[in-house]
Design a protein around this ligand. Structure first.
Ligand code: ARG
Length: 275
């Protein structure tokens, strides 16, 4: 077949345009965040394992293992991607920078999707809802009924959490003490070094279930701002394909009723394992 110069040019042009269009589509619909994880065969999830039943350590065959509701969901996501799960345990305040510095792929740490954090990371759909309470010693169960009762008292809250901002803005007149690890604060509460610790309801319930003689929820009412109620998984903003995949998994677990079951299972696991 004889090709004219004009025809050849025309075909080349069409091929080029087609190529550009295809390349464009690829970029728009899929980043390589999922592929990257599959290539390294591991999903790295960052957490702060001081937050039962969401994440906490247990001893298994003489080895420390991090388990909990978040970790069960993390395992499902890793299974869906066909990769191994690696858990990176660190203090809550460093999680967002670890994510931004590519040290971890996702944050699963009972983290709520505040407007402030939304500027820095992308969040999945919500998989749990929380509100805040003041955890006190059992003997003080009826001593903190209104904000004026905490005046001059030492109140704990984990650093950089929504509990820190709630304690500072709502428990006016108290001295808010912050630490990177929540369990340090609750120990101090049990020793009477703190009068109360602001925590989320499920965390408080968990402490009370473990030690009904030690802890109670105070009557003072705290307000949980709307943007501080939904617990979500965080990913880098650029990792759109990964978020999409994560959302699909959450929807699936939600619909099948597995999310509820896993939460219950995490609570039972904690009840059995702890001191
Ligand atoms: N939900 C609160 C927040 O996002 C506290 C989360 C603390 N998580 C933890 N694993 N210690 O600020």
């Amino acid at each position: 077949m004889k090709m004219t110069f004009k025809k050849t040019l025309g075909m080349l042009g069409t091929a080029m345009v087609l190529g550009l269009v295809l390349a464009g589509c690829g970029n728009k619909n899929a980043d390589n965040s999922v592929k990257k994880i599959q290539d390294k065969k591991t999903l790295v999830v960052g957490t702060s394992a001081d937050y039962a039943p969401f994440e906490f350590p247990i001893m298994q065959n003489g080895k420390k293992k991090i388990v909990g509701y978040d970790m069960m969901i993390a395992q499902k996501i890793a299974d869906d991607l066909g990769v191994k799960l690696k858990i990176e345990n660190t203090e809550f305040p460093s999680l967002i920078s670890e994510l931004k510095n590519n040290k971890i792929d996702l944050i699963m740490a009972g983290m709520v999707s505040t407007n402030e954090r939304k500027k820095a990371v992308a969040f999945s759909k919500s998989y749990y809802t929380v509100e805040n309470v003041l955890l006190v010693q059992k003997k003080d169960a009826n001593n903190f009924n209104r904000v004026s009762d905490v005046k001059g008292k030492q109140i704990g809250a984990q650093q950089t959490t929504t509990q820190e901002s709630i304690a500072k803005s709502q428990l006016k007149g108290s001295n808010v003490v912050t630490e990177g690890v929540l369990t340090g604060l609750t120990t101090e509460l049990s020793q009477g070094k703190l009068s109360g610790v602001v925590v989320e309801n499920e965390i408080a319930n968990n402490y009370i279930r473990q030690h009904p003689d030690k802890y109670a929820i105070a009557k003072v009412k705290l307000t949980t701002p709307k943007d501080q109620r939904s617990v979500n998984i965080a990913a880098r903003k650029s990792d759109k394909a990964l978020i999409k995949r994560v959302n699909k998994q959450i929807t699936k677990l939600e619909k099948s009723g597995e999310l509820d079951k896993m939460f219950k299972k995490a609570e039972d696991l904690q009840a059995k394992s702890s001191d």
